[in-house]
Design a protein around this ligand. Structure first.
Ligand SMILES: O=C(O)CCC(=O)C(=O)O
Ligand SMILES: [Fe+2]
Length: 406
């Protein structure tokens, strides 16, 4: 990344949606079924009792398929999800309809009305992403490979814990998700590293607030308070591309290939065909890059994109400089304060050793994980994969791969 933006900090613009007269801020979650173009939805479900150290990655949650109206009713406590060990209700479990590309799942009318263009923030693609959850639902700590992020809160309240990129949070590509680098620290359970910088930022996003997250900042996000009428926590975000994404795409391609090579499930299929696929993916990405390299110029001098101020880092800087003077900075928090924040309020966090007999814990039906992806890999394999997919390893690999002599 160029040094143009290494000093960027996250900020929040309170009531941005209201100030911009953004229509969706007035919508009701009751209309959720009307917005969708699908008859059923898939939710990620887990217990609101958080066992310390057990990060509820997607594959560890229960996957539940509901009709959209059932989800709306469930959020209001007017419907129960039947499950073999007892009913799933919002007081014992959370549910998250998360990470859903708007264009793929919602009607054109909805997608257009929700576009960030309507906030005066024009983007190159229509790739707004939708998140609707109940209090307690969370996305484990991670950073995103591409671009910078604008996240807009529409209903309810969400807590964001944000860490600078240099924080030593044990990045891992297991469990694998394209363009997501997870931390192995259970931030939701208040577990934090004892080495490296010991500070983070913590903010509660309320209805209408827009959060700016600079490239590569870690974040741990949890639905906190549901909308008064509907019980849901609803937000929409968009990642805006920057020039260095081209290089990130190559890294992601290599990570995808390495991960699939060691994934046990992968070996069950026809190996030969898989390897041919991997080879063609790699050469496609690198060929694409070669043609870009020919016209490559230093990115901070001249953008490949036709209108410099419209896309990429210069667009980000324009947005940053325009809004920083009116923005609210995220309050800084020491790790000790964060631990207190996580243990003091809101959610039940249990230490496995000391609370097995806790009544509340026993009464809450524990969701059986569908598959514990993280545990599928022996420790050494996980370590090896993370070493090979470490950012500086990948930088070096790309240099070597571009060297025609080898
Ligand atoms: O809202 C969430 O649960 C996660 C959001 C997120 O990771 C993002 O906007 O990049
Ligand atoms: Fe993210």
């Amino acid at each position: 990344m160029s040094n143009l933006n290494h000093e960027l900090k996250p900020f929040v613009l309170r009531k941005f949606a209201h100030n911009k007269g953004y229509d969706p801020i007035k919508w009701s979650l009751d209309d959720f079924p009307k917005w969708l173009k699908k008859d059923v939805i898939r939710l990620r479900v887990a217990s609101t009792s958080h066992e310390q150290g057990k990060i509820m990655f997607e594959k560890m949650c229960l996957s539940v398929i509901l009709k959209p109206q059932q989800f709306v009713n469930w959020l209001k406590d007017d419907y129960v999800i039947p499950y073999e060990h007892g009913n799933i209700v919002p007081s014992t479990h959370w549910a998250y309809y998360d990470y859903k590309p708007a264009a793929e799942n919602f009607t054109q009318e909805f997608t257009e009305a929700l576009s960030f263009d309507k906030l005066g923030i024009k983007g190159e693609f229509n790739d707004e992403t939708i998140w609707i959850g109940s209090p307690g639902a969370y996305t484990p700590c991670h950073y995103d490979s591409y671009g910078y992020n604008l996240h807009l809160q529409l209903k309810g309240t969400k807590r964001w814990i944000v860490f600078p990129p240099e924080t030593e949070l044990s990045p891992s590509r297991i469990p694998y998700e394209e363009s997501t680098i997870y931390s192995l620290f259970d931030i939701t359970g208040g577990q934090l590293p004892s080495t490296g910088p010991q500070n983070c930022y913590c903010i509660y996003l309320e209805e209408g607030d827009l959060l700016f997250i600079p490239p590569k900042w870690w974040h741990s996000v949890q639905c906190f308070k549901g909308d008064i009428k509907n019980g849901g926590v609803f937000s929409v975000n968009k990642w805006f591309p920057i020039e260095s994404d081209e290089k990130e795409k190559k890294k992601e391609c290599i990570v995808g290939c390495l991960t699939s090579l060691i994934n046990p499930e992968y070996f069950e299929d026809d190996k030969e065909e898989q390897f041919t696929n991997l080879e063609s993916i790699i050469s496609e990405v690198f060929q694409m890059q070669q043609s870009l390299d020919l016209e490559e110029v230093p990115l901070n001098k001249k953008s490949r994109m036709e209108d410099e101020s419209k896309y990429g880092e210069s667009k980000m800087m324009k947005f940053y400089n325009e809004y920083l003077p009116v923005a609210e900075k995220l309050p800084q928090m020491s790790f000790d304060e964060l631990k207190r924040e996580m243990s003091s309020n809101h959610y039940k966090i249990f230490d496995k050793k000391t609370t097995v007999t806790d009544k509340e814990f026993m009464m809450s039906p524990i969701v059986i994980p569908s598959s514990e992806d993280v545990l599928l890999y022996p420790n050494n394999i996980r370590k090896m994969l993370n070493a090979f997919t470490n950012d500086s390893t990948l930088e070096h690999v790309i240099k070597l791969m571009q060297n025609e002599d080898i």
